[in-house]
Design a protein around this ligand. Sequence first.
Ligand SMILES: Nc1ncnc2c1ncn2[C@@H]1O[C@H](COP(=O)(O)OP(=O)(O)O)[C@@H](O)[C@H]1O
Ligand SMILES: [Mg+2]
Length: 243
Amino acid sequence: MEILSSKIIAKGLPQMGHSDVASVDAAALIGAEIKKAQYAAAKQRNESIAQDVFRRAAIPPRFAARKLSTFNAHCDSAAEALNIARSYASDFDGVLETGRSLIFVGGVGAGKTHLATGIAHSVMEQGYCALFSSVIGAVRSVKETYRRDSSKSESDAILALIKPDLLILDEVGVQFGSDAEKLILFEIINGRYEHMRPTIVISNLALAGLKEYLGERIIDRLREGGGKQVVFDWPSYRLRRPS
Ligand SMILES: Nc1ncnc2c1ncn2[C@@H]1O[C@H](COP(=O)(O)OP(=O)(O)O)[C@@H](O)[C@H]1O
Ligand SMILES: [Mg+2]
Protein backbone atom coordinates (compact mmCIF):
# COMPACT_ATOMS: atom_id res chain seq x y z
CA MET A 1 0.00 0.00 0.00
CA GLU A 2 2.82 2.36 0.91
CA ILE A 3 4.61 1.59 -2.32
CA LEU A 4 1.49 2.25 -4.34
CA SER A 5 0.94 5.59 -2.70
CA SER A 6 4.54 6.68 -3.19
CA LYS A 7 4.15 5.89 -6.90
CA ILE A 8 0.95 7.92 -7.05
CA ILE A 9 2.66 10.83 -5.32
CA ALA A 10 5.54 10.63 -7.79
CA LYS A 11 3.13 10.52 -10.75
CA GLY A 12 1.23 13.54 -9.48
CA LEU A 13 4.35 15.69 -9.40
CA PRO A 14 5.32 16.97 -12.84
CA GLN A 15 8.63 18.32 -11.66
CA MET A 16 10.20 15.90 -9.34
CA GLY A 17 12.97 16.84 -7.03
CA HIS A 18 15.89 14.60 -6.13
CA SER A 19 14.14 13.12 -3.11
CA ASP A 20 11.08 12.21 -5.25
CA VAL A 21 13.27 10.31 -7.74
CA ALA A 22 14.90 8.55 -4.82
CA SER A 23 11.52 7.52 -3.43
CA VAL A 24 10.42 6.16 -6.85
CA ASP A 25 13.68 4.18 -7.09
CA ALA A 26 13.16 2.85 -3.58
CA ALA A 27 9.56 1.94 -4.41
CA ALA A 28 10.65 0.14 -7.59
CA LEU A 29 13.28 -1.71 -5.62
CA ILE A 30 10.86 -2.73 -2.90
CA GLY A 31 8.35 -3.71 -5.62
CA ALA A 32 10.96 -5.92 -7.25
CA GLU A 33 11.82 -7.47 -3.89
CA ILE A 34 8.15 -8.21 -3.24
CA LYS A 35 7.80 -9.79 -6.68
CA LYS A 36 10.88 -11.92 -5.98
CA ALA A 37 9.47 -12.98 -2.61
CA GLN A 38 6.10 -13.80 -4.18
CA TYR A 39 7.82 -15.82 -6.90
CA ALA A 40 9.90 -17.69 -4.33
CA ALA A 41 6.77 -18.42 -2.27
CA ALA A 42 4.90 -19.67 -5.36
CA LYS A 43 7.87 -21.79 -6.34
CA GLN A 44 8.08 -23.26 -2.88
CA ARG A 45 4.33 -23.86 -2.89
CA ASN A 46 4.59 -25.62 -6.24
CA GLU A 47 7.52 -27.64 -4.98
CA SER A 48 5.62 -28.68 -1.91
CA ILE A 49 2.64 -29.59 -4.12
CA ALA A 50 5.00 -31.54 -6.37
CA GLN A 51 6.55 -33.22 -3.32
CA ASP A 52 3.09 -34.08 -2.07
CA VAL A 53 2.05 -35.50 -5.44
CA PHE A 54 5.29 -37.48 -5.51
CA ARG A 55 4.80 -38.76 -1.95
CA ARG A 56 1.28 -39.88 -2.72
CA ALA A 57 2.48 -41.70 -5.84
CA ALA A 58 4.47 -44.01 -3.52
CA ILE A 59 7.30 -44.42 -6.01
CA PRO A 60 10.08 -46.34 -4.21
CA PRO A 61 13.03 -44.11 -3.26
CA ARG A 62 15.35 -46.04 -5.58
CA PHE A 63 13.22 -44.91 -8.51
CA ALA A 64 12.72 -41.33 -7.36
CA ALA A 65 15.12 -40.07 -10.01
CA ARG A 66 14.48 -42.73 -12.65
CA LYS A 67 13.04 -40.64 -15.45
CA LEU A 68 12.53 -41.32 -19.12
CA SER A 69 15.45 -38.96 -19.72
CA THR A 70 17.78 -41.18 -17.67
CA PHE A 71 16.82 -44.39 -19.50
CA ASN A 72 19.68 -45.40 -21.74
CA ALA A 73 18.56 -46.73 -25.14
CA HIS A 74 21.44 -49.22 -25.13
CA CYS A 75 20.05 -51.50 -27.86
CA ASP A 76 17.39 -51.28 -30.59
CA SER A 77 14.72 -53.02 -28.49
CA ALA A 78 15.43 -50.76 -25.50
CA ALA A 79 15.18 -47.74 -27.82
CA GLU A 80 11.84 -49.06 -29.09
CA ALA A 81 10.58 -49.57 -25.50
CA LEU A 82 11.68 -46.03 -24.62
CA ASN A 83 9.83 -44.67 -27.67
CA ILE A 84 6.65 -46.44 -26.65
CA ALA A 85 7.01 -45.08 -23.09
CA ARG A 86 7.71 -41.56 -24.36
CA SER A 87 4.71 -41.42 -26.66
CA TYR A 88 2.49 -42.96 -23.98
CA ALA A 89 3.53 -40.26 -21.49
CA SER A 90 3.38 -37.37 -23.94
CA ASP A 91 -0.07 -38.38 -25.22
CA PHE A 92 -1.50 -39.03 -21.77
CA ASP A 93 -4.64 -37.03 -22.62
CA GLY A 94 -5.26 -39.49 -25.44
CA VAL A 95 -4.38 -42.40 -23.17
CA LEU A 96 -7.09 -41.30 -20.73
CA GLU A 97 -9.65 -40.97 -23.52
CA THR A 98 -9.13 -44.58 -24.54
CA GLY A 99 -8.09 -45.99 -21.15
CA ARG A 100 -5.11 -47.52 -22.98
CA SER A 101 -2.96 -49.69 -20.69
CA LEU A 102 0.55 -51.10 -21.08
CA ILE A 103 2.07 -54.47 -20.28
CA PHE A 104 5.80 -54.72 -19.57
CA VAL A 105 7.19 -58.24 -19.39
CA GLY A 106 10.71 -59.63 -19.34
CA GLY A 107 13.70 -60.61 -17.27
CA VAL A 108 14.91 -59.10 -14.03
CA GLY A 109 16.98 -55.91 -14.29
CA ALA A 110 15.96 -55.07 -17.85
CA GLY A 111 14.52 -51.69 -16.82
CA LYS A 112 10.76 -52.32 -16.66
CA THR A 113 10.25 -50.57 -13.33
CA HIS A 114 12.57 -47.73 -14.39
CA LEU A 115 10.63 -47.09 -17.60
CA ALA A 116 7.24 -47.32 -15.87
CA THR A 117 8.24 -44.93 -13.08
CA GLY A 118 9.69 -42.67 -15.78
CA ILE A 119 6.21 -42.53 -17.31
CA ALA A 120 4.72 -41.81 -13.87
CA HIS A 121 7.14 -38.90 -13.31
CA SER A 122 6.27 -37.41 -16.69
CA VAL A 123 2.53 -37.85 -16.14
CA MET A 124 2.75 -36.20 -12.70
CA GLU A 125 4.73 -33.30 -14.14
CA GLN A 126 1.74 -32.76 -16.43
CA GLY A 127 -0.51 -32.50 -13.38
CA TYR A 128 -2.00 -35.98 -13.36
CA CYS A 129 -2.09 -38.30 -10.40
CA ALA A 130 -0.13 -41.54 -10.51
CA LEU A 131 0.24 -44.40 -8.06
CA PHE A 132 2.88 -47.10 -7.85
CA SER A 133 2.27 -50.37 -6.06
CA SER A 134 3.56 -53.90 -6.12
CA VAL A 135 0.81 -56.49 -6.37
CA ILE A 136 1.73 -57.72 -2.91
CA GLY A 137 1.34 -54.17 -1.55
CA ALA A 138 -1.98 -53.64 -3.32
CA VAL A 139 -3.40 -56.95 -2.09
CA ARG A 140 -2.13 -56.23 1.43
CA SER A 141 -3.82 -52.80 1.47
CA VAL A 142 -7.12 -54.50 0.66
CA LYS A 143 -6.63 -57.42 3.08
CA GLU A 144 -5.77 -55.04 5.92
CA THR A 145 -9.33 -53.75 5.80
CA TYR A 146 -10.59 -57.21 6.81
CA ARG A 147 -9.34 -56.57 10.34
CA ARG A 148 -12.13 -55.84 12.76
CA ASP A 149 -10.51 -52.60 13.93
CA SER A 150 -9.95 -51.30 10.41
CA SER A 151 -11.34 -47.82 9.81
CA LYS A 152 -11.49 -48.45 6.06
CA SER A 153 -13.73 -50.80 4.17
CA GLU A 154 -12.59 -53.19 1.45
CA SER A 155 -14.17 -51.01 -1.20
CA ASP A 156 -12.36 -47.91 0.17
CA ALA A 157 -9.05 -49.71 -0.35
CA ILE A 158 -9.97 -50.85 -3.85
CA LEU A 159 -11.25 -47.37 -4.72
CA ALA A 160 -7.92 -45.86 -3.64
CA LEU A 161 -6.29 -48.04 -6.31
CA ILE A 162 -8.92 -47.23 -8.94
CA LYS A 163 -8.92 -43.46 -8.45
CA PRO A 164 -5.46 -42.37 -9.71
CA ASP A 165 -5.17 -41.39 -13.37
CA LEU A 166 -2.38 -43.93 -13.74
CA LEU A 167 -1.66 -47.06 -11.69
CA ILE A 168 1.57 -49.01 -12.00
CA LEU A 169 1.19 -52.56 -10.76
CA ASP A 170 4.65 -54.04 -10.35
CA GLU A 171 5.76 -57.62 -9.70
CA VAL A 172 2.67 -59.30 -11.09
CA GLY A 173 2.96 -63.06 -10.67
CA VAL A 174 5.83 -62.99 -8.20
CA GLN A 175 3.97 -65.12 -5.71
CA PHE A 176 1.65 -67.96 -6.56
CA GLY A 177 -1.47 -65.95 -5.87
CA SER A 178 -4.47 -67.49 -4.16
CA ASP A 179 -7.90 -67.25 -5.75
CA ALA A 180 -8.79 -64.51 -3.23
CA GLU A 181 -5.71 -62.51 -4.27
CA LYS A 182 -6.49 -62.95 -7.94
CA LEU A 183 -10.01 -61.77 -7.31
CA ILE A 184 -8.67 -58.60 -5.65
CA LEU A 185 -6.37 -58.06 -8.63
CA PHE A 186 -9.29 -58.55 -11.00
CA GLU A 187 -11.40 -56.05 -9.08
CA ILE A 188 -8.64 -53.44 -9.26
CA ILE A 189 -7.87 -53.87 -12.96
CA ASN A 190 -11.51 -54.27 -13.93
CA GLY A 191 -12.55 -51.27 -11.83
CA ARG A 192 -9.94 -49.15 -13.59
CA TYR A 193 -11.01 -50.55 -16.95
CA GLU A 194 -14.61 -49.59 -16.32
CA HIS A 195 -13.56 -46.05 -15.40
CA MET A 196 -11.29 -45.78 -18.49
CA ARG A 197 -8.25 -45.49 -16.21
CA PRO A 198 -5.04 -46.91 -17.58
CA THR A 199 -2.83 -49.40 -15.76
CA ILE A 200 0.78 -50.36 -16.42
CA VAL A 201 1.20 -54.01 -15.52
CA ILE A 202 4.77 -55.21 -14.96
CA SER A 203 5.82 -58.84 -14.73
CA ASN A 204 8.89 -61.02 -14.88
CA LEU A 205 6.75 -63.76 -16.36
CA ALA A 206 6.77 -64.35 -20.10
CA LEU A 207 3.63 -63.24 -21.93
CA ALA A 208 2.16 -66.74 -21.95
CA GLY A 209 2.81 -67.09 -18.21
CA LEU A 210 1.24 -63.71 -17.49
CA LYS A 211 -1.82 -64.67 -19.54
CA GLU A 212 -2.13 -67.82 -17.53
CA TYR A 213 -1.65 -65.96 -14.25
CA LEU A 214 -4.05 -63.07 -14.88
CA GLY A 215 -6.49 -64.89 -17.15
CA GLU A 216 -7.70 -64.03 -20.64
CA ARG A 217 -10.37 -61.61 -19.38
CA ILE A 218 -7.87 -59.28 -17.72
CA ILE A 219 -5.36 -59.47 -20.56
CA ASP A 220 -8.16 -58.58 -22.97
CA ARG A 221 -9.06 -55.51 -20.93
CA LEU A 222 -5.42 -54.42 -20.75
CA ARG A 223 -5.12 -54.68 -24.52
CA GLU A 224 -8.30 -52.81 -25.34
CA GLY A 225 -8.01 -49.42 -27.03
CA GLY A 226 -4.56 -50.24 -28.45
CA GLY A 227 -2.86 -51.29 -25.19
CA LYS A 228 0.65 -52.45 -26.06
CA GLN A 229 2.76 -55.25 -24.65
CA VAL A 230 6.45 -54.54 -24.47
CA VAL A 231 8.82 -57.47 -24.15
CA PHE A 232 12.08 -56.55 -22.42
CA ASP A 233 14.09 -59.36 -23.93
CA TRP A 234 17.63 -58.20 -23.19
CA PRO A 235 19.94 -59.07 -20.30
CA SER A 236 19.90 -57.26 -16.98
CA TYR A 237 21.18 -53.70 -17.12
CA ARG A 238 22.93 -54.32 -13.82
CA LEU A 239 25.24 -56.85 -15.46
CA ARG A 240 26.18 -54.51 -18.30
CA ARG A 241 29.79 -53.53 -18.66
CA PRO A 242 30.30 -49.79 -18.67
CA SER A 243 30.88 -48.70 -22.27
N1 LIG B 1 18.15 -48.69 -20.04
C1 LIG B 1 18.51 -48.30 -18.82
N2 LIG B 1 19.11 -47.10 -18.63
C2 LIG B 1 19.50 -46.69 -17.39
N3 LIG B 1 19.31 -47.44 -16.28
C3 LIG B 1 18.71 -48.63 -16.42
C4 LIG B 1 18.28 -49.12 -17.69
N4 LIG B 1 17.72 -50.33 -17.51
C5 LIG B 1 17.78 -50.57 -16.19
N5 LIG B 1 18.38 -49.57 -15.54
C6 LIG B 1 18.68 -49.53 -14.10
O1 LIG B 1 18.99 -50.85 -13.69
C7 LIG B 1 18.34 -51.17 -12.47
C8 LIG B 1 17.36 -52.31 -12.68
O2 LIG B 1 16.27 -51.86 -13.47
P1 LIG B 1 14.75 -52.16 -13.11
O3 LIG B 1 13.92 -51.14 -13.75
O4 LIG B 1 14.62 -52.37 -11.65
O5 LIG B 1 14.58 -53.57 -13.84
P2 LIG B 1 13.32 -54.56 -13.85
O6 LIG B 1 12.16 -53.83 -13.27
O7 LIG B 1 13.14 -54.93 -15.28
O8 LIG B 1 13.72 -55.74 -13.01
C9 LIG B 1 17.66 -49.88 -12.00
O9 LIG B 1 18.54 -49.20 -11.16
C10 LIG B 1 17.46 -49.11 -13.30
O10 LIG B 1 17.41 -47.71 -13.09
MG1 LIG C 1 11.17 -54.25 -11.47
